[in-house]
Design a protein around this ligand. Structure first.
Ligand SMILES: [Ca+2]
Ligand SMILES: [Ca+2]
Ligand SMILES: [Ca+2]
Length: 238
């Protein structure tokens, strides 16, 4: 069912010509988030990658550097490696930035890593990384390491040795639904989305921070609810 929703969304937004993000929709630990590898040329600091990730959009949702915050972060990391990072890379020795940073290279290597959203990276994840601080003193970030003999590791944010091949973006689960109709981001498009939207428009709590102007006409009102119901019933995106 979820794969059907994804394919509809891709068709409806065929004008987006960037590489199509891949959704992790099935299996243990599946996040329903969408992931995309962006290949770049030459020097790339973590700050540059972080800003670039936020400038990418898919189905109306902004991307951000990938973070592993699903129900099983270690499984999420492995899934992204196998399905997003590795395909097509071949034997190139290169690194792709993720959304994990550390302000310096002192203290316990597995501690004090922070995701781009401000939450702490659990040691269940950092203990799977090769943290060597080989690049000397400075601020670090974490990346997928292709063909280094290990898969995940630290690297200095300013890319001192021009090792970067790009960065990995994630989009929220709702980006996989037609025109963002999975309002409540639970992986299915149904009455729950209508309920969530109606509640937000009525002034209720909005823990997900949605854009309640579903039909993008500048106001959040009954017209947005009607447009969402139409999409759920199989109609066109507004
Ligand atoms: Ca290193
Ligand atoms: Ca939903
Ligand atoms: Ca509206």
């Amino acid at each position: 069912m979820k794969s059907v929703i994804v394919s509809v969304g891709v068709v409806a937004c065929a004008q987006i010509v960037a590489a199509t993000p891949v959704q992790w929709a099935t299996g243990a630990g599946a996040t329903n988030k969408l992931y995309e590898r962006i290949d770049t040329q030459g020097h790339l600091t973590w700050q540059q990658a972080n800003a670039a990730a936020a400038s990418h959009t898919f189905n109306g949702f902004h991307g951000r550097l990938v973070i592993f915050n699903g129900s099983n972060p270690v499984a999420e990391q492995a899934w992204v490696r196998d399905n997003v990072v590795h395909p097509g890379l071949g034997g190139n020795q290169t690194i792709y930035w993720t959304g994990a940073t550390r302000p310096n290279n002192s203290g316990d290597r597995t501690m004090n890593w922070v995701w781009e959203d401000g939450s702490a990276v659990p040691t269940s994840v950092t203990t799977t990384w090769n943290i060597d601080w080989n690049e000397g003193a400075g601020a670090y970030a974490e990346g997928f390491h292709n063909n280094y003999g290990f898969d995940f590791g630290d690297y200095r944010q300013d890319d001192p040795a021009n090792r970067m091949g790009g960065y990995i973006i994630e989009y929220p689960p709702a980006a996989g639904s037609p025109c963002g109709s999975d309002i409540n981001r639970d992986g299915v498009v149904d009455q729950g989305d209508v309920d969530y939207l109606v509640n937000v428009i009525a002034g209720g709590q909005d823990p997900l921070g949605i854009d309640a102007d579903f039909n993008q006409d500048g106001v959040a009102d009954q017209g947005d609810v009607d447009a969402l119901i139409n999409v759920i019933a199989g109609g066109d995106c507004p």
